[in-house]
Design a protein around this ligand. Structure first.
Ligand SMILES: C[S@@+](CC[C@H](N)C(=O)[O-])C[C@H]1O[C@@H](n2cnc3c(N)ncnc32)[C@H](O)[C@@H]1O
Length: 354
């Protein structure tokens, strides 16, 4: 006979397992364009189905479930979007987060392939990712980096000290949100954003929305951190930011990438690597071990890396004064190029929060 404690754990597990139902209905609302359409005008299921090219029965059943969850309301068969959601669902609103929600819908499609990935039937999940083939999905992905947590850019700029740096190179910058916040904090900082062409196009438009005093200090460089062996991105740079990029690649490529970035630094300049703060045991915190599953679903060899792994790559790259700070749920690991070329300083590892 199961004890009360055993039953409680079982019930919690079952509740979590059934969580896919609510999640899927919300993500369908985003992916099928239901939320966006209802931002503009309240509509009946038949009208929504016609506008979005959907089957009427499915549209009605999905919308009724969204009414049940209180994200829509229904009066005389007409569906209305909950007014509290309008600022976030409307793509034209300055508070819009619809790209972030649509990107989550895209991630769920990756997760749906995890069974085949685990059974070895899919060797390279990135080949199935629409982000890489569909421009609009890539735009959602890039804008989601900002929309997931708009306040994060200012927090990041707070956490990073670029005193004395004339230049910053942000590799894989997403929309460039962190660099914009840093350019605001440091009024003379020159910024180079390095990314693939499609992502760079989104960043260019995002930076272009900033006042000229910020945007004029940005340059946009098409580049590839992994494929280019001796990149010329306009360096040397006093600082380089690599935020939420290493989880895409395997350890070997990351090690080589850090070495490459080290060579782009001016003497005494530094690289900051930011990523999900997973412990060396790869299990905690759960947010990070779950994010590793996301990378299993989306990439050939990506995962979460602990700060100690990043420190080891930096040490191999000849960087010095390596230190880690916690930027929950991420870490920042910073490593400096030696002051004088050819004259290596003794490697000093500082761990201010470990
Ligand atoms: C998860 S986003 C991180 C965006 C931003 N740095 C942040 O922390 O919010 C990954 C970024 O890396 C870029 N990227 C992916 N592979 C890359 C590569 N091989 N070289 C340069 N950038 C790359 C993507 O286009 C995207 O801008």
């Amino acid at each position: 006979m199961a004890t009360k404690k055993q039953t409680a754990i079982w019930e919690e597990l079952m509740q979590k397992a059934a969580g896919y139902r609510e999640a899927k209905v919300i993500l369908l609302g985003a992916d099928l364009g239901i939320f966006e359409a209802l931002c503009q005008r309240s509509l009946k299921a038949s009208q929504l189905a016609k506008k979005l090219g959907l089957a009427e029965r499915a549209t009605q059943i999905i919308c009724d479930a969204l009414v049940g969850m209180k994200y829509l309301s229904k009066k005389d068969d007409v569906y209305h979007l909950n007014p509290s959601l309008v600022p976030f669902m409307d793509p034209e609103s300055q508070d819009s987060r619809i790209s972030s929600l649509r990107h989550t819908a895209g991630s769920e499609m990756n997760w749906a392939r995890l069974g085949d990935i685990a059974r070895g039937k899919i060797k390279d999940p990135s080949k199935h990712r629409q982000v890489l083939s569909d421009k609009r999905k890539n735009q959602d992905f890039i804008l989601a980096m900002h929309q997931n947590n708009p306040a994060r850019a200012e927090e990041m700029a707070e956490a990073i000290d670029l005193d004395g740096c004339a230049s910053l190179c942000d590799v894989g910058p997403g929309p460039g949100h962190y660099s914009i916040a840093l350019a605001r904090k440091y009024p003379k900082l020159q910024v180079a954003l390095v990314d693939h062409a499609n992502s760079l196009e989104v960043a260019r438009a995002f930076v272009g929305q900033q006042p000229a005093r910020i945007s004029k200090r940005f340059t946009f460089v098409e580049g590839d951190l992994i494929k280019e062996s001796c990149p010329d991105w306009g360096g040397p740079f006093d600082s380089i930011l690599l935020s939420n990029v290493i989880h895409i690649f395997d350890s070997k490529n990351n090690k080589a990438a850090i070495k490459k970035l080290g060579r782009q630094l001016s003497p005494g300049g530094f690289v900051i690597v930011r990523d999900f703060g997973i412990e060396d045991n790869m299990t905690e915190p759960p947010l990070a071990s779950l994010f590793a599953v996301n990378m299993l679903a989306a990439t050939k060899a990506g995962r979460c890396y602990s700060a100690n792994e990043v420190k080891a790559w930096m040490t191999t790259a000849g960087l010095v004064k390596i230190k880690k700070t916690v930027f929950y749920p991420s870490y920042l690991v910073q490593g400096h190029a030696p002051m004088k070329k050819g004259k290596h300083q003794p490697n000093q590892i500082i761990d201010n929060l470990d």
